[in-house]
Design a protein around this ligand. Structure first.
Ligand code: HSE
Length: 308
């Protein structure tokens, strides 16, 4: 019997302009799993030891398809018991399903002595994302596994590029208690976009990558604009434009929807500005009677990892 404890971070998908292709890992906020392997046994069990409600049927838990994908890719077998010890609230928009999926994918790979490379660990984690949202996207799963800021250059085959993270990048992120499912937030998007929208968007993606590679955080900020999804999704977040104006006025480099929402994140080049921006976010939702949680964290280069 082998037993490990694994952490995988929360993450922010899209980063404004990088719809379905970019994401970044957050420091300290994330999921913790304890995983036990009996190589002579068979089957999967999952116990939820958190206050967060999770499906009791293991077929509906994102961890199950992740473990099965690992077994399919490696032809290994065994009995895996998973205890969920810490869980980001599902539907928060900070990569809750990806954190569990990444922790499970990383953990099972570690239990068997790491037969899969990092990119294949992401492929396993994407099975959880597919169960949660009906699509194989890696914009949360890749940073949750690898850490830092990741770019999915292509999905067929998966080609993940890890981008440099400027040292002074802080991220205030707020989870207002509003219900927006990823499925719903995707279903309202048009299937085609006009050429001028595409040109705007790929200009910003190029600017964002260039800004990260050169450590130019002003360029990062002004490139984090989304012409594709935000115009349709911001209706779910009360006072979205007004909040952005307040945050930019307080020194934030950018503000966007985190993934498909309802969380909203900003970027700041200094810790004190990030704290101030976090407080303004909190006040914005409180004034409208909306409960929320706020995290002010550094962008982290660390992804899924063993903690015991
Ligand atoms: N890229 C996805 C979306 C993120 O925006 O729908 C979902 O977490």
């Amino acid at each position: 019997m082998k037993r490990i404890k694994v952490f995988a971070p929360a993450s922010i998908a899209n980063l404004g302009c990088g719809f379905d292709i970019m994401g970044m890992a957050l420091d300290e906020v994330g999921d913790v799993l304890e995983m036990t392997l009996d190589e002579d046994g068979d089957g999967i069990s999952i116990d939820n030891e958190t206050d967060v409600p999770l499906p009791s049927d293991i077929e509906e838990n994102v961890i199950t398809p992740v473990l099965r994908k690992f077994f399919a890719l490696t032809s290994k077998s065994g009995r895996v018991e998973v205890r969920v010890l810490k869980k980001i609230f599902p539907g928060s928009g900070i990569g809750s399903s990806a954190a569990s999926s990444a922790a499970a994918a990383f953990g099972i790979n570690e239990l068997f002595g790491a037969p899969l490379g990092e990119e294949d660990v992401v492929v396993c984690a994407m099975e959880g994302e597919n169960l949660a949202s009906g699509g194989y996207h890696a914009d949360n799963a890749a940073p949750a596994v690898m850490g830092g800021i990741t770019l999915i250059r292509g999905y067929d085959p998966l080609d993940v590029i890890k981008l440099p993270v400027p040292g002074n990048l802080y991220c205030p992120v707020i989870h207002p208690h509003l219900t927006v499912s990823t499925k719903q937030a995707r279903s309202i998007l048009p299937k085609e976009i006009p050429m001028h929208t595409a040109v705007t968007q790929w200009g910003n993606v190029g600017g964002l990558v260039a800004g990260l590679c050169t450590g130019n955080i002003e360029l990062v900020g002004r490139s984090m604009r989304d012409a594709v999804a935000e115009p349709f999704r911001k209706q779910f977040i009360p006072g979205f434009d007004e909040l952005r104006a307040k945050l930019l006025g307080a020194g934030a480099l950018a503000m966007n929807i985190s993934g498909s929402g309802p969380s909203v994140f900003a970027l700041a080049g200094r810790g004190d500005i990030a704290q101030r921006v976090g407080a303004i976010m909190e006040r914005h939702f409180a004034q409208q009677g909306i409960l929320s949680e706020t995290y002010v964290v550094k962008v982290s280069n660390k992804g899924a990892r063993l903690i015991a």
